[in-house]
Design a protein around this ligand. Sequence first.
Ligand SMILES: NC(=O)c1ccc[n+]([C@@H]2O[C@H](COP(=O)([O-])OP(=O)(O)OC[C@H]3O[C@@H](n4cnc5c(N)ncnc54)[C@H](O)[C@@H]3O)[C@@H](O)[C@H]2O)c1
Length: 403
Amino acid sequence: MTLKTDLAPSPSLLPALLRRREQFAGQPQRWAFVGTGMMGREHMRCALWLKQVEIAGFYEPHEESAAGAQRLLAAQGLESVQRFSSLEALAKDPTLDAVIIATPNYTHRAVFDVLGPTRKALLLEKPMATCLEDAVAITRQAEARHGAFQLGMQYRFKAQYWAALDALEAFGPVSLINMAEFRPPFLPKVGEWNKFERYSGGTLVEKCCHYFDLMQAFARSLPERIYASGGRAVNFQNFTYHGEAADIDDHAHVLIDYENGVRGQFTLAMFAQELHEELTVAGAQGLLRTRERASFRPGRRSEAALQVETPAHPLFDGTPLAYPDEIEALGHYGATVFAQDAFLQKVRGAPSPAATAREGLWAVVTASLAQRAMALGEPINVTATLKALGLPLDDLKPEWEPR
Ligand SMILES: NC(=O)c1ccc[n+]([C@@H]2O[C@H](COP(=O)([O-])OP(=O)(O)OC[C@H]3O[C@@H](n4cnc5c(N)ncnc54)[C@H](O)[C@@H]3O)[C@@H](O)[C@H]2O)c1
């Protein structure tokens, strides 16, 4: 299996995943799944494909989601996988090596409170929580616990961002970052939790923590000042669920001054037909650009590209990037299976390229304070605001190698 392009500037990621798939196939880890909705089942498909996991059980209170998981497992001849009767029963099973938590955002803290104290490795879906207090509590507990911990910040494993982060090593100091996502509205969910700010954390937290994670990785710095403007223009204007009107935003501009002087801008509009993501990183040597076009409709392949427009760079005119069809088909344009490969490495105690708990926390801090700036109509000073909220995070800052 090869990448679609000879020019792929990130040759290590896919061959290493395929090598480990062979090497560790005879030593499966026992994984369980909490929440088997859309994302939980995507995780199941990836785990089965990676061949290093025995699916030992799942906990899911919703009959339809449980039946979906059972159908998926039965198609692989795994009819007898255990459905746990409660989260507590799953937590007490001493034979489980790891648990994938893919429940709605507002449940992450409560689920983590049960599983955090165990020694099982945990992969917690993004965003880590819906509010800053919970995100900070989870980060502190994750750093203190005995088992491995990973967040579902899988967009770093999209072909174009992984390659761009690689290419940035030789890029020199960055001055400006522009990132944009244009996509269709939020999809239907079990209990429609993503139409309500209090269940999802709000659009910038729920959807855009991925981009704030990437932007801080490109800036190698944390936000100092945040400006934002956005709201509800088009989507779910007349949507109600159990009599409650949707209140979720659908577009925004966010400006971020990073501590090291890098300036970032993020744009979101959720009224596109297809998914378009664009990134431009600018510095003294030129530009690095990525773009992706993908679809929520089945059977339409994604396309991505990277261009490094600096003097004499081999990718000056750009190159297409993509994962093989089989990997793309596993979900989220191929990124999810790489996030799981990183988790498998973590569970084995090996170094892993996944986002750390602190990076996930700061993605939520950025998103949450951007929403606050939007609501107040004023810029936010990050340090002063965190202090006023009683959440000084000086001891929870990620560190990046200087570029
Ligand atoms: N990494 C990514 O790119 C990505 C993409 C999509 C979703 N997600 C995240 O994955 C999580 C799940 O999203 P989804 O799209 O699968 O939602 P979903 O609504 O399709 O599924 C969630 C499932 O969790 C179940 N659930 C609710 N409370 C539970 C509990 N206490 N214990 C066990 N199960 C419970 C629900 O019954 C449902 O079946 C969310 O945090 C979401 O933000 C991440």
